[in-house]
Design a protein around this ligand. Sequence first.
Ligand code: NAD
Length: 283
Amino acid sequence: MAKIIDGKLVSTKIKDAVKIKATEFEQKFGRKISLAVVLVGNNPASKVYVGNKVKACEYVGFNSIECLMDENSTEEQVKEKVLELAFNPEIDGILVQLPLPNGIDKNTILNLIPAEKDVDGFLAENVGSLLLGEECTISCTPYGVMKLLEHESIDLCGKNAVVVGRSNIVGKPMAALLLNANCTVTVCHSKTKDIGAVCSQADILVAAVGIPKFVKGDMVKDGAVVIDVGINRVEGKLVGDVDFESVEKKASFITPVPGGVGPMTIAMLMENTCACAYRRAQK
Ligand code: NAD
């Protein structure tokens, strides 16, 4: 039976460390670290995510600025809001909650965020630096996965890692991080042939597909470390991309859903915001 990796516990440790750094920041620079979240429209899932981010800010002692904009806001109005935050020296991080309503171009908006305030690590400048192995802001979810692996002292060097999913915010940065950690990395996606055979070679298997219970026990090698990034709502319940029941019998480590990668994403957002604040303040 696999050891269940406790993302709640690890995320709390990370947030507690951020809390200390946030207090020191306030003492040193005479203001609180500030994170601005822009939410356009009434997407219920987005509202929940933003609510969780605000709670985490309260926990670590950040100032959180919620910019709630009407569903019918124009692209111009959203641009103005993001630019205002970009030029405000007291704002350390800007997060635009996705998805944006139809008619507002995601890239046009995101590209207005200065790289030094890109706490999500989504901008080309940060993604490029990640590929080059340089210091940068790393996308929160894959960064959180790396912290879980580190917390469990899982040796990555020379291991076969398979990432299922190639999205810009999870799959691709995940693959880059594992490569930087000396894994031999394979990325699977919707056009990959015989995914089961590829997955069964993995020492480290990360599922970020968005299909409930996609990874089954017969796709997993004995002793593999299985990380489930998926969050799917099925009949009102949260379900991951991994079929927990069949996979936990074969894996050496597994993350649960909920309580695995999910809480790590928010903890890493706090960590990224703190790092951005210090970088700007110490310039
Ligand atoms: P996405 O839809 O942008 O990407 C999904 C990827 O899966 C794509 O690259 C696609 O090629 C691949 N894919 C789709 N169908 C496939 C198939 N049949 N076989 C193989 N690959 C297939 O999704 P995303 O934003 O990367 O998110 C993935 C999952 O992770 C979702 O469940 C999402 O809710 C979850 N997620 C969780 C967190 C968290 O904090 N835990 C954060 C972001 C995303």
